[in-house]
Design a protein around this ligand. Structure first.
Ligand code: ADP
Ligand code: MG
Length: 250
């Protein structure tokens, strides 16, 4: 077990498939990232001076106790939230230099996000929920790719089901399919096995790493699941909003 301490802010976690798809070799470059929210009781520091680099094609687990800032960090990395200070670059594009529309464009073109609470549109079927990101991106044939990715996650028999008609494991697979359908270069997932039994959780893990190895997609996963963390090449550990270690899995 080798550890890269975060005193070395430029530390680059080793690449899995550096330069995959001709994009810059760094999928994510994070410097001095902090998030503070004003509360009546005074400012609350959620993240403090977090710096790291993730190479393209790599897989990274973000771990830490509940409340340590994992979900906040993931939202900042994906440009869903803005930091109080510090910078995030996604494949060399500085998110803080973009307005909200610009960040939405980067998300649409490059990023996939599996939310902890899925955030499906309840009035759309599984197929329609997966087609949506393609349609929003102006794709004419959204249905073909959506059907293919749903087949890949084993849900060809559930295309017409509404979210409420799907089991937790099936919803999780639809969420992964929706995040992957645009073929993002970077996939974020918040506790992707959080509410699943061991067997379904294992199937989701296999699915994520299969897509990672087939498409060279960089994976950034928040997890409590030791098994999932151990499948990732690297671990970033947060303690009260600070990065403690960037470990390299043995
Ligand atoms: N918008 C917010 N306003 C106030 N407190 C927040 C806000 N977002 C997060 N927090 C607090 O910041 C801490 C970290 O939250 P979070 O990133 O969700 O942690 P984790 O995902 O590691 O459980 C928690 O104590 C949470 O209550
Ligand atoms: Mg969380």
């Amino acid at each position: 077990m080798t550890n890269i301490m975060n005193e070395n802010p430029g530390a680059t976690l080793n690449a899995g498939h550096a330069g995959a798809r001709g994009l810059p070799a760094d999928a994510l470059h994070v410097t001095g990232l902090s998030k503070t929210v004003p509360l009546p009781s005074g400012p609350l520091v959620i993240l403090e001076d977090v710096s790291f680099t993730i190479a393209a094609g790599d897989s990274v687990a973000i771990v830490g106790a509940s409340g340590s800032g994992k979900s906040t960090l993931l939202s900042l990395l994906a440009g869903l939230d803005t930091p109080s200070s510090g910078d995030v670059s996604v494949h060399g594009v500085l998110l803080s230099a973009l307005d909200e529309d610009g960040r939405a464009r980067v998300r649409g073109e490059r990023l996939g996000f599996v939310f902890q609470r899925f955030q499906f549109l309840p009035s759309l079927t599984a197929l329609e929920n997966v087609m949506l990101p393609l349609e929003l991106g102006g794709d004419v044939d959204a249905e073909g790719p959506a059907r293919r990715i749903l087949a890949q996650v084993g849900l060809s028999e559930r295309l017409g089901h509404y979210p409420r008609q799907l089991s937790g494991g099936e919803q999780q697979r639809v969420a992964v399919a929706r995040a992957f359908v645009t073929q993002p270069s970077l996939l974020f997932a918040d506790e992707p096995t959080g509410n699943l039994d061991t067997k379904t959780g294992q199937a989701i893990i296999d699915l994520l790493f299969d897509l990672n190895s087939r498409h060279g997609t960089t994976l950034v996963l928040v997890t409590h699941d030791e098994q999932l963390a151990s499948r990732c090449r690297h671990t970033l550990r947060l303690d009260s909003g600070r990065l403690v270690t960037a470990g390299v899995a043995a």
